[in-house]
Ligand binder design. Structure first.
Ligand code: IPE
Ligand code: IPE
Ligand code: MG
Length: 233
């Protein structure tokens, strides 16, 4: 890859698993399985390229409305990668942080997530945030209620500290695969100035080269944050 400006924090809306599988006459669950494998590949590559913070949207709060069977298959994948094959997670050499309302998850999954988070807590090179049963509106409403309960007015910074991403820089680049042009309740507050990149590839087919193309697009953009460039002043 040519010399480029890397995002410090990249976030992925990993969409398209179901369609990817159905186009191959396979069940949706197979798409989720291949999607998780691709998540490991793409996250490792992002870290390898020098991106230190990666956030992935693994399960939205609204996804729990899907048929029970599909939700169970997704839970089983969490079981696999947080417990049975936890070494795959540890091999990333990243601090793992699970974000979302975990109270809806079976207890054994919650415990294995807590174990992985505790075990990787000392890792300082890379951070992987995994959003599970996450919804941005729910996150914002919870933060407002927290502020009200403390009886405090907030500013942009202190409000950010009440969000599930407290202490993290905002994502510089949000990549959505699967061809849809929307955020689907992902990081709505934090995405205020994120660069957006949409790929028509279904998530299981999103390759390392596709990631590099997204980063090259990011690198070529002029982020003005509402200001004008020095030479325009
Ligand atoms: C994204 O893939 C993964 C989850 C939402 C869990 P989808 O399951 O939404 O796949 P499509 O969009 O139906 O193809
Ligand atoms: C967004 O994809 C959620 C995840 C990728 C986890 P969805 O498939 O749930 O989004 P919609 O329904 O197309 O908006
Ligand atoms: Mg989808």
């Amino acid at each position: 890859m040519k010399r480029i400006k890397l995002p410090s924090h990249i976030a992925f809306i990993m969409d398209g698993n179901g369609r990817w599988a159905q186009r191959r006459f396979r069940p949706r669950g197979y798409g989720h399985k291949m999607g998780v494998q691709n998540m490991f590949k793409i996250c490792s590559h992002a870290f390898h390229l020098g991106i230190r913070i990666v956030t992935v949207f693994a399960l939205s709060a609204e996804n729990l409305k899907r048929p029970r069977e599909e939700v169970e298959e997704l839970f089983e994948l969490f079981r696999t990668y947080f417990a049975k094959k936890r070494e795959k997670m540890l091999e990333l050499n990243a601090k793992i942080n699970v974000i979302g309302d975990l109270s809806a998850l079976p207890e054994d999954i919650r415990e294995s997530m807590a174990d992985i988070m505790a075990e990787t807590e000392p890792y300082t090179d890379f951070l992987l945030n995994i959003c599970v049963n996450y919804g941005a509106r729910q996150e914002i409403v919870a933060a407002v209620n927290a502020a009200v309960s403390y009886g405090r007015f907030v500013d942009e910074h202190s409000f950010g500290e009440l969000l599930l991403t407290a202490g993290l820089p905002d994502p510089d680049l949000i990549v959505r695969t699967g061809g849809e042009l929307r955020l689907s309740n992902f990081l709505l507050y934090q995405a205020a100035y994120a660069e957006l990149y949409f790929s028509n590839k279904m998530w299981p087919a999103f390759s390392k080269r596709d990631l590099e193309k997204a980063i090259e697009s990011y690198s070529s953009r002029d982020r003005r944050f509402g200001n004008i460039r020095e030479e325009q002043k």
